[in-house]
Design a protein around this ligand. Structure first.
Ligand SMILES: [Zn+2]
Length: 85
């Protein structure tokens, strides 16, 4: 029997993927990982109040919402942690 990984919820601390060089650049649409502007948002991550990313698009009480992630940076994440916007 095949197990569908997407039915399980996983969390990753944002600090694990955020780059040390991340800086607030004042961009309107910064990549959550590197802080560079995402010009054409294709992918989003789901951030919780706990500072963890979660592998679900469902709405949670402790959700901070969805934040853009750059095309290159998204590859640092398992593919169940980013969603097409
Ligand atoms: Zn980035």
């Amino acid at each position: 029997m095949k197990t569908d990984l997407n039915q399980w919820l996983f969390e990753i601390p944002l600090s694990d993927i955020q780059e040390e060089t991340y800086e607030e650049t004042g961009n309107k649409n910064p990549c959550i990982c590197c802080g560079k502007e995402v010009k054409n948002t294709k992918y989003m991550v789901h951030l919780l109040d706990t500072g963890n990313l979660i592998s679900s698009q469902e709405d949670f009480q402790e959700s901070q919402g969805f934040f853009p992630i750059g095309n290159t940076c998204k590859n640092k994440l398992p593919n169940n942690f980013y969603f097409k916007s």
